[in-house]
Ligand binder design. Sequence first.
Ligand code: FES
Length: 103
Amino acid sequence: MAELVAVARVEDVPVGTVKVVEAGGRRIALCNYDGKFYAIDDECTHDRGPLDQGELIGQEIECPRHGARFDVTTGRPTRLPAVRPVRSYKVSVADDGSISVEV
Ligand code: FES
């Protein structure tokens, strides 16, 4: 059954940035794209590059190793060499500003 895990606060992840968090034993890249929060696995599906170290370009994150990109809103790859999606997670923001990820 899915578990909702509090991982950060809104002020920890400014617009256009990425913060790596841990939930359910996984490293997750929490991304703020245009004021909304999205969560994907922090590991590139091409060769395990750390996506949180990459650049957030619009709604895409670029892997720092070989330049693959993923849509952070869906986890789908948008540029080679990655062809498989990264897992994405539901995110919710509470009235008190805490961000939770469903794992
Ligand atoms: S490990 Fe990410 S593009 Fe190769």
